[in-house]
Design a protein. Structure first.
Length: 230
């Protein structure tokens, strides 16, 4: 089996993450993963870029945003497959997006002003897969739970959330006939649990990932984090 992380944040682009590129790569290698999707918080979420580049325009920020993914790729080399994604946000509601790259994003400044429902539909119409992350997450900064059936999939197992949150997400996805994925929502190497997706053969690229999920392939994985920081 080939294991892939689908939900991971880097210190360089996500203000909530402690993970450097080096630690991220070593952690997933230690846990037997074949690859990882870097899904840093986008410009409408908990990003570092507004503080680091306060006067930059949208396209400049996209270049800086994607640099964290490129750095993980550089550090990983041939040891770990590294794919690109991002987490689009609105008041605590988050959508994981797969299938667009830096060049595509540079022409999509308009997504920052979209309502979440409109954004989910736009993703499907423009070659991307939109997956609502941790749909039933509760936190002090979230005033209410928002559910978006317009998303093509739902993260039904999030390693950072409790079992009730994950059970509710699974029920919702089942009732609506949505794609189900698992992810770690990784922010720090000391997190106890990991998740992701397992496939019988290696993924080729982001579009291959999307096509396999749409075809019903892939199995959600759950495991303990075996990484011991040096």
């Amino acid at each position: 089996m080939f294991l892939y992380e689908t939900h991971c944040h880097t210190k360089a682009a996500s203000a909530c993450s402690l993970l450097t590129a080096e630690e991220l790569v070593e952690m997933y290698l230690a846990n037997g993963y074949s690859g990882v999707f870097i899904t840093d918080h986008f410009l409408n979420g908990n990003t570092t870029l507004h503080q680091l580049l306060p006067n930059a325009d949208y396209r400049e920020k996209i270049t800086a945003f994607c640099a964290s993914y490129e750095e993980v790729k550089r550090v990983a080399g041939t040891r770990l497959q590294v794919f690109f994604g991002f987490e689009y946000s609105y008041k605590g509601t988050d959508i994981l997006v797969y299938g667009w790259d830096e060049n595509k994003l540079k022409d999509l400044e308009k997504i920052l002003s979209m309502r979440m429902r409109e954004f989910c539909e736009f993703c499907r119409e423009n070659g991307a897969l939109a997956v609502q992350a941790h749909p039933f997450r509760e936190a002090g900064y979230i005033d209410h739970i928002r559910l978006f059936p317009q998303a093509e999939g739902f993260e039904t197992y999030n390693a950072a959330r409790d079992e009730r949150c994950n059970r509710l997400a699974d029920f919702f996805a089942e009732e609506y006939g949505k794609i189900k994925i698992g992810g770690s929502d990784m922010h720090a190497s000391h997190m106890e649990n990991l998740s992701g997706m397992a496939f019988d053969t290696p993924l080729h690229d982001e579009q291959d990932f999307i096509e396999r999920l749409r075809a019903g392939e892939g199995k959600i994985i759950r495991q303990k984090n075996r990484y011991i920081p040096q």
